[in-house]
Design a binder for this molecule. Structure first.
Ligand SMILES: Cc1cc2nc3c(=O)[nH]c(=O)nc-3n(C[C@H](O)[C@H](O)[C@H](O)COP(=O)(O)OP(=O)(O)OC[C@H]3O[C@@H](n4cnc5c(N)ncnc54)[C@H](O)[C@@H]3O)c2cc1C
Length: 419
């Protein structure tokens, strides 16, 4: 990328997670004057679990100057679908590098100028000012900028101010997540799970998992971990109970893992013993601190308002089934940098180009991910959704559709059907 007139552009990025660091790094590479502001004061590197990667992510990292080498993640070559008794119901040859959230974060953080990343810096509001924007933070400071980039995730405060009507909608199910150390598995389960992408479909539910590196990035066999996501229906009342801690306090914005009441974890483990293939029942039994996230949908009519733009999960919320959250954040960052670089004399034209480039794709992804989510029995699916869900639950289909860019899926009518 070149350094041109855009070098005068001052951008403030709110959110210093993957989406914010991707946007910050991409804009910095085209010569913008960028600062990234993250609410959390401590390092984020230990957050999150596994991230399934796709070639678009590799290209984005390489463009920033981060090479994709052997240490990037666990190389998987095969996907398996397991029945309740552990029998293999389908196999699919698919090469994929499984990284960890923490590793991607560390790489992006190191690539960004340290003095331009502000941890413990909380956005409170912004005001349009002439052709620019004035951004205010909780410590009383403010910054004048040409551009405000909301990379502040699913519960974005930037979106709440500038798109007040956009409210994420609960999809009727949650995703339990967690990791189990490789050394904790029985030999039998270990031989099935390492090193494969494994799917299991308990009635009305869906579970996927794959091996990832140790917390410190170590890929040595014996030190790795197994990362899982288990989608389970929870009606509004059950969700409310799950989001209420042992003292009776309700956590509307998400309950921290250590506050989840033990009875919910016990119920999850019991369901594992009753419904999962043996290696996965072992995963549910041995995971140390499982946590859950609520599954949400959100579409926006536009992701640009004046000099304010949204990227990553702040912009569109797609359910995690295609494994595209980080990839979309990469695509958003690349599109924003390209649009600014291609329109050095007009930021308005650049932002219009960014909006055009990414809104259609965001909607497409939300729609495809919702389509894949029809396999979860939320008790409120239409007949058409039940049929669609059955299609995706066929063993040979499910292992081809999930954790795959919808536009590259080998299923003939997936992706195209959602357009
Ligand atoms: C355990 C786990 C596994 C995942 N697996 C996958 C996967 O396999 N594949 C995939 O593609 N995606 C996966 N994702 C999702 C993926 O991480 C996100 O979709 C992607 O990183 C884009 O997120 P983001 O940076 O836009 O938002 P977030 O990661 O939510 O970051 C938003 C940041 O903004 C900060 N913030 C919020 N409000 C403010 C404020 N007022 N001021 C300043 N800062 C603020 C937050 O503290 C946070 O750090 C996973 C997520 C998790 C948690």
């Amino acid at each position: 990328m070149t350094r041109r007139v855009s070098s005068k552009l001052r951008a403030v990025v709110v959110g210093g997670s993957l989406g914010g660091l991707l946007a910050g790094n991409m804009l910095e590479r085209i010569g913008c004057d960028v600062t990234v502001h993250e609410r959390v004061a401590e390092t984020l590197a230990e957050r999150g679990a596994g991230i399934a990667t796709h070639p678009e992510l590799h290209r984005g990292f390489e463009r920033i100057g981060i090479p994709i080498d052997a240490g990037f993640g666990v190389a998987i070559e095969e996907r398996l679908m397991l029945g309740r008794d552990g029998q293999v119901l389908a196999r699919f040859h698919k090469k994929q590098l499984q990284a960890t959230w923490g590793h991607l974060y560390r790489l992006l953080y190191r690539a960004f100028p340290r003095e331009r990343y502000f941890a413990g810096s909380t956005f409170v509001r912004a005001e349009a000012e002439g052709k620019g924007v004035c951004v205010y933070f909780a410590d009383g400071s403010s910054i004048d900028a040409d551009l405000l980039i909301g990379a502040d995730g699913i519960r974005s405060s930037v979106r709440a101010q500038f798109w007040p009507d956009a409210v994420p909608r609960y999809a009727g199910y949650v995703a339990w997540r967690g990791v189990v150390d490789e050394a904790r598995f029985s030999l039998e389960s270990h031989s099935t799970l390492f090193t494969r992408f494994v799917v299991c479909l308990p009635p009305g539910e869906h579970m996927v998992g794959y091996p990832v590196a140790a917390l410190d990035g170590d890929l040595t066999p014996g030190k790795r971990r197994f990362n899982f996501v288990w989608y389970r229906p929870a009606d509004d009342e059950k969700l409310r109970r799950m989001m209420t801690d042992a003292t009776g306090r309700y956590h509307a914005m998400g309950i921290p893992p250590f506050l989840i009441a033990p009875e919910h974890r016990e119920e999850m483990r019991r369901a594992g013993r009753d419904t999962l293939a043996p290696p996965y029942a072992e995963v549910a039994e041995r995971v140390q601190e499982p946590f859950f996230q609520t599954i949400l949908d959100l579409e926006l009519p536009t992701i640009v308002k004046g000099r304010v733009v949204l990227v990553g999960d702040g912009a569109f919320i797609a359910r995690p089934h295609p494994g595209m959250g980080v990839i979309k954040a990469v695509g958003d960052a690349v599109a924003l940098a390209d649009a600014i670089d291609a329109n050095p004399n007009s930021l308005d034209a650049a932002l219009a180009a960014y909006n055009d480039a990414r809104c259609g794709y965001g909607r497409f992804l939300v729609s495809c991910a919702r389509d894949l989510g029809t396999q979860i029995d939320t008790g409120r699916r239409s007949n058409a959704e039940i049929q669609r869900g059955e299609y995706f639950r066929r063993p040979e289909n499910v292992i081809r559709a999930i954790s795959m860019p919808p536009d590259e899926s080998p299923l003939p009518d997936y992706g195209k059907a959602a357009v």
